[in-house]
Design a protein around this ligand. Structure first.
Ligand code: GAR
Length: 207
């Protein structure tokens, strides 16, 4: 059996971050393989992108809640990821909060991308929150996932300017482009064991 680093990706949306990561895997920038792609949305773009790339992709019904997985769904997601023997769970626009059993199954091995410079503007439509607040610098954050919402130790951040003529859509687009740059770098660093965590602080080894 090969000991290639194995990534599982979870997403609910169009999957542009997944594409950035998959492209970085193909280019050898992330030394890993994408073992499975899972979604809680049957017609999510991320599943179509995965299938185009001939990667295993699966819809798992999320159950009765709107913002989290129910018990059966949580079990099904964990089982699929364990069966695929993933070393890292990458949340790429997965819009449900992960709870106890899921977090315990992959402790310290779940990462997420969020479209703001955390701890500012957690939650939904962060680019709109940033614009409404009047900040001059916005951006994105890659962080470890813990029991809080958008709250775990920060692995990397990338800033973008807020321009006078920005609309929520134009700012969102600029943040998205920054995400596509930042996320593959963070996943590559994790796969290469170049990052370490001490409490809330994450350190990058110089390579
Ligand atoms: C990304 O902007 C990501 O930061 C956000 O969803 C979008 C997914 O886009 N995630 C969250 O808001 C999680 N709190 P994509 O499907 O094109 O990668």
């Amino acid at each position: 059996m090969s000991n290639t680093f194995r990534i599982g990706v979870l997403g609910s949306g169009k999957g542009s971050n997944f594409v950035a990561i998959a492209d970085a895997v193909t280019a050898g920038i992330i030394p890993a393989e994408i073992a499975i792609v899972l979604s809680d949305v049957a017609d999510a773009g991320i599943l179509a992108h995965a299938r185009e790339r001939k990667l295993p992709a699966q819809f798992i019904t999320p159950g009765k809640f709107r913002t989290k997985l129910d018990e059966d769904a949580e079990r099904a997601f964990v089982a699929a990821l364990q069966q695929a023997r993933v070393d890292l769970v990458v949340l790429a626009g997965f819009m449900r909060v992960l709870k106890g059993d899921f977090l315990r199954a992959f402790e310290g091995r779940i990462v997420n991308i969020h479209p703001s410079l955390l701890p500012c503007f957690p939650g939904l439509q962060s680019w709109k929150q940033a614009l409404d607040h009047g900040v001059k610098i916005a951006g994105c954050t890659v962080h470890f996932v813990d029991a809080g919402v958008d709250a775990g130790p920060i692995i990397g951040q990338q800033s973008v300017p807020v321009l006078d003529n920005d609309t929520p859509e134009s700012l969102h687009q600029r943040i998205h482009a920054a995400e596509h740059d930042l996320y593959p770098k963070c996943v590559a660093a994790f796969a290469k064991k170049e990052i370490s965590v001490a409490g809330r602080r994450v350190f990058w080894k110089k390579s």
